[in-house]
Write a protein that binds this ligand. Structure first.
Ligand SMILES: [Zn+2]
Length: 438
């Protein structure tokens, strides 16, 4: 790294401090020996579409990793002096203490690169073997706006919107950890019809969600008063739709169900859960005395898992044989082609029979990963009267609910994933990985 290559056109602007101070720190940092490497590490990450950079410092050296499309990739190792010098640059520009390598330090900075504004969270902390540094990279403006942007098929988007725009119901929005729940929550609420009905949310301080157009925010401050008193304040705003990132506690859960079942309100909440049935079972387990009311109020659950999209430039079509199609549950004649990613052999295997190196063309779009970007696969559970009976009966048992739903034509992640393969968006290998939870 470094050498004679021109420096990437990128500036690091500390966000939490006065502009003059930030400018002074920035100018001073440019004189430091680690400045070029510090910029190159960040520029290469953004150019390579990484959303996380991890630097692990140990006695042996420093390991640099980028997370691209949810997959961690390890870069060639860095020697300690080079990596240390780069880290000093960040800590100095960000107004942190470069000598502190144990206590946690964190802040945010802004940068502009590739015609886009970025916000980067920086965190460093001591770990048993040394120090760990994490950069989390986000675009300043959200790039995903509609349900279609997330990868939702139109018929499902219509059903989901009907759920969000329904009356006297409870809707759960869910996803497993690291599968984009905050984004799904934001996009779902942004696409709900908020013009004719009043949406009021109850956000926990200090982790409140960013403000959204046409949703009035109220705030819950933990440890100051019972959660129910904050919910009572929300009700004073006379909302039509209760936006509850959390049901907070038993009393609030009871009151929300009461509002839905007796007061004509609609409610939307969210859960970290592996699928729709897990979400229901978790809500039952959290508020056991309310389980009957939850089952009565529930009108729908959505769950999302992220999956890699095939690179459109190098994906390879193949004709699936009839046995495979049958195994996948695809009727004969429906799908002519499925696709595999193009993944070149590792460099040491790029040789002919005599051991001479051979040229293999690597796709410039995906850099030989075979995938480019991610999309969501959704499981949408519509709760009709039949399903409601099953939830009342098996609400604590996700396996029993899943079995019942499957017998009643509910499409799970496996089926939805295969649909995405049939549309050429992803590969069977990715669906396999997603379904097995890897
Ligand atoms: Zn490609």
């Amino acid at each position: 790294m470094g050498g004679d290559v021109p420096l990437p056109a990128l500036e690091i602007k500390q966000m939490g401090i006065a502009r003059d101070t930030a400018q002074g720190l920035s100018i001073a940092a440019r004189q430091l020996p680690g400045y070029p490497v510090a910029l190159i590490v960040l520029a290469n990450a953004i150019a390579g579409r990484a959303d996380r950079i991890l630097m692990d410092f140990s006695a042996q050296g420093a390991v640099l990793r980028y997370r691209i499309d949810g997959v961690w990739e390890t870069l060639p190792p860095m020697d300690r002096p080079t990596a240390d010098a780069a880290l000093v640059v960040y800590k100095k520009i960000l107004g942190l203490n470069p000598a502190e390598r144990k206590a946690k330090q964190e802040t945010k900075f802004a940068t502009n690169f590739k015609d886009t504004d970025w916000v980067v969270s920086f965190m460093s902390a001591g770990v048993p073997n040394g120090e760990r540094v994490l950069f989390s990279i986000d675009t300043k403006k959200p790039t995903l706006k509609t349900l279609a942007d997330l990868g939702m098929r139109d018929p499902m988007a219509q059903s989901f919107k009907a759920m969000l725009n329904g009356n006297n119901g409870l809707v759960i929005i869910s996803a497993p950890p690291t599968h984009g729940l905050p984004t799904l929550w934001r996009v779902a609420l942004e696409n709900a019809d908020k013009f004719v009905r009043d949406f009021v949310s109850l956000e926990s301080k200090p982790d409140a969600d960013p403000e959204m157009i046409n949703i009035t925010q109220t705030f819950y401050e933990p440890d100051t008063a019972p959660p129910l008193s904050f919910f009572a304040k929300l009700l004073l705003k006379q909302p039509d739709v209760l936006v509850m990132p959390s049901l907070l506690d038993h009393d609030v859960a009871e009151s929300v169900m009461d509002q839905v079942l007796k007061q004509d309100k609609h409610a939307i909440t969210r859960m970290v859960a592996t699928d729709s049935f897990d979400a229901i079972a978790k809500l039952f387990a959290m508020y056991p005395s309310q389980s009957k009311n939850i089952a009565k109020a529930l009108t729908g659950v959505i769950n999302q898992r992220l999956i890699r999209r095939l690179c459109e430039k190098c994906k390879q079509p193949y004709q699936p044989n009839p046995q495979l199609l049958q195994k996948l549950g695809i009727p004969p004649g429906r799908v002519q082609k499925l696709y595999n990613p193009t993944i070149p052999p590792p460099p040491e295997q790029r040789v002919d029979a005599k051991g001479n190196p051979i040229e293999i063309e690597i796709c410039k779009r995906c850099n030989g990963r075979g995938y480019y970007g991610r999309m969501s696969i959704f499981e949408l559970l519509t709760v009709d009267d039949t399903m409601r009976q099953a939830i009342l009966k098996y609400g604590n048992n996700p396996d029993e609910m899943r079995k019942f739903a499957k017998q009643h034509n509910h499409l799970g992640f496996q089926e939805e994933g295969i649909l995405a393969c049939a549309l050429g968006s992803t590969s069977l290998q990715e669906v396999q990985k997603m379904v097995s939870g890897k």
